[in-house]
Design a protein around this ligand. Structure first.
Ligand SMILES: [Cu+2]
Ligand SMILES: [Zn+2]
Length: 175
C-alpha cells in the first residue's frame, strides 16, 4: 500500500515538472524579402533551462558577422506595405513586449522581453552557437515569430531598435 502511494507521488511529481518546463521546440527558419517567404535556411531549437531560454541555431546561408535576433509579436513572416513600401516580414509586428515596454535594451535589460542575444554567423555563413535569453521561456514564444536582421544589435534604442535594419530570416512557433 505504501509502495503504491510512493508511486503515485512519483507520477504526480513528474507531471508537475512537465507543467513547469515545456518540451524543447524547433522553429523552421525561412529567408524573407519584400516579395514573401522563401526557402528554409535551417532551424532554431528552443528549450527551457534553469538559466532561461536556451536558443540553439542550426542555420546556413547567412552573411558572416553579428545579426540582430529577436522574438517578434505575431506568428506571421509575410511582407506588408509600410509607408508605401513592401517590407520583408513586416506582418511579424514589433519586438515582443507583453508588458508594453517601449524600449529596446537587449537580453539583459528591462526593455522588450523579445530581445535575444545577437546571432553570430561564421565565415561560411552558418550559425550554430547557442545563446541564452535569461528572461524568456518556451511558452513565451508560442504564436510568435523569431526574426534575424541584416545588421547587428547595439541593445539600445539608437540606432532604431538596435540598428539591425531589414528582416532577412523569419520562423514561427504555433500553439
Ligand atoms: Cu527583430
Ligand atoms: Zn527590442
Amino acid at each position: 500500500m505504501s509502495y503504491l502511494r510512493n508511486l503515485m507521488f512519483a507520477v504526480g511529481g513528474s507531471f508537475a515538472l512537465i507543467a513547469s518546463a515545456q518540451a524543447a521546440q524547433e522553429i523552421e527558419m525561412h529567408e524573407v524579402d519584400a516579395q514573401g517567404v522563401g526557402d528554409s535556411i535551417g532551424t532554431v531549437k528552443i528549450e527551457d533551462t534553469q538559466y532561461g531560454l536556451l536558443v540553439t541555431p542550426d542555420l546556413t546561408g547567412l552573411s558572416p558577422g553579428a545579426h540582430g535576433f529577436h522574438v517578434h509579436e505575431n506568428a506571421n513572416c509575410e511582407p506588408l506595405e509600410l509607408n508605401g513600401q513592401q517590407t520583408a516580414a513586416a506582418a511579424a509586428g514589433g519586438h515582443y513586449a507583453p508588458d508594453q515596454a517601449g524600449t529596446h535594451q537587449g537580453p539583459y535589460g528591462q526593455g522588450h522581453l523579445g530581445d535575444l542575444p545577437i546571432l553570430m554567423v561564421d565565415e561560411e555563413g552558418g550559425a550554430t552557437t547557442p545563446v541564452l535569453a535569461p528572461r524568456l521561456k518556451v511558452s513565451d514564444l508560442e504564436n510568435r515569430a523569431v526574426v534575424v536582421h541584416e545588421g547587428g544589435d547595439t541593445y539600445f534604442d539608437h540606432p532604431k531598435l538596435g540598428g539591425g535594419g531589414s528582416r532577412i530570416a523569419c520562423g514561427t512557433l504555433g500553439k
